[in-house]
Design a protein. Structure first.
Length: 169
């Protein structure tokens, strides 16, 4: 595996990020989005991120973007401003190489300088690889919502996990 450059996403990464995520929409239950999104959606979606602050979008670049990690707003209410949702998505051919861990490591290093108190992850089950990754990064299971998702003609449970973050002032 070529050592990836982990960097903030750029506007020209939108198409690749969309391709990666759209694969998961079309082929897996790990997202409950039902329809793949066009490029202009991904271009707009990327506007929520910045190179500073709690909402980050990092990519793993090995000559092409092979994955991304993000921290996004949990809820649109001021009392939740110190809580983020986190996720990692990789090209299917790039899984099992430790790339998700490298992305998460860089994401949490970046968040350590921000006023983020909790990171949350909601994982559609089964997804042993994602659960394992999150546990490796200190996430604890907080509960399971049963049959809250429906995709590919089946109900899907969602595991809720959280990680406490200590920001450095």
């Amino acid at each position: 595996m070529t050592n990836p450059l982990i960097r903030p996403a750029r506007p020209d990464d939108a198409e690749t990020i969309g391709d990666i995520y759209n694969h998961y929409i079309r082929n897996t239950h790990v997202t409950f989005d039902m329809e793949a999104e066009p490029l202009d959606y991904w271009e707009r979606w990327m506007h929520q991120f910045d190179e500073t602050g709690p909402y980050r979008l990092l990519v793993a670049d090995r000559g092409q973007v092979d994955g991304f990690a993000s921290s996004t707003r949990f809820k649109d209410r001021g009392g939740y401003d110190q809580t983020v949702m986190t996720s990692v998505y990789l090209r299917p051919v790039a899984t099992g190489e430790g790339l998700g861990g490298k992305l998460y490591s860089a994401l949490f290093d970046a968040l350590a300088t921000e006023t983020v108190h909790r990171a949350l992850a909601w994982i559609a089950l089964p997804n042993d690889a994602s659960v394992s990754l999150h546990k490796r990064f200190g996430f604890k299971e907080t509960g399971t919502m049963t049959e809250v998702g429906y995709k590919f003609d089946q109900y899907i449970d969602v595991l809720m996990m959280e990680r406490a973050l200590v920001w450095k002032r």
